[in-house]
Design a protein around this ligand. Structure first.
Ligand code: SF4
Length: 165
């Protein structure tokens, strides 16, 4: 399994495989993109009091806290629109932590919607993640990106200029 796989790639895998390739190959996304800005803003402001961003290997966790004896990690998103992708991203962090001998639970945090969605790692999720990681490895090993496919995310995607002229 590639060490290059990050939580962000997992998130994009469930949205658009072409974006996985572009991101992994370090194509510069448009930094003015409103949604990137919003994501940064929500990450930096909404949970600033309990925020403890940590990095373990190539994973970056938005929040880490103790809840009694439990370790809980949080991932902040701007909306629940892509909830299943966000859950898999968080599950990937739990998976990586488990590999490092750390058992944790996850919380998907959507401050604008005042939502806190619990995420736990179970055997089905682990299998699903392993399949996704294999697929991502195949995508990023390819010399060319998958063809673009119009999806609803395209209008908000910072890579639009690489797909649609
Ligand atoms: S613009 Fe659309 S097809 Fe292109 S990378 Fe973004 S989501 Fe994928």
């Amino acid at each position: 399994m590639s060490k290059k796989i990050t939580g962000t790639l997992i998130w994009y895998y469930y949205i658009c495989p072409r974006e996985v390739w572009l991101m992994a190959h370090e194509f510069d996304a448009c930094q003015d993109n409103y949604f990137l800005e919003m994501g940064r803003f929500l990450g930096e402001q909404s949970y600033s009091r309990e925020k403890k961003e940590i990095e373990i290997g190539n994973i970056k966790i938005d929040l880490l806290k103790r809840d009694g004896k439990k370790i809980v990690i949080g991932e902040v998103k701007k909306s629940s629109k892509f909830e299943s992708s966000a859950k898999m991203q968080l599950a990937f962090y739990l998976y990586r932590l488990k590999q490092a001998g750390i058992r944790a639970e996850g919380e998907l945090l959507i401050p604008k919607e005042k939502k806190k969605i619990p995420v736990v790692l179970n055997s089905n999720t682990e299998k699903e993640l392993e399949k996704a990681m294999d697929e991502i490895t195949k995508i990023i090993s390819s010399e060319t990106p998958p063809e673009p496919k119009k999806i609803r995310f395209c209008s908000k995607c910072a890579y639009g200029e690489f797909c649609w002229v």
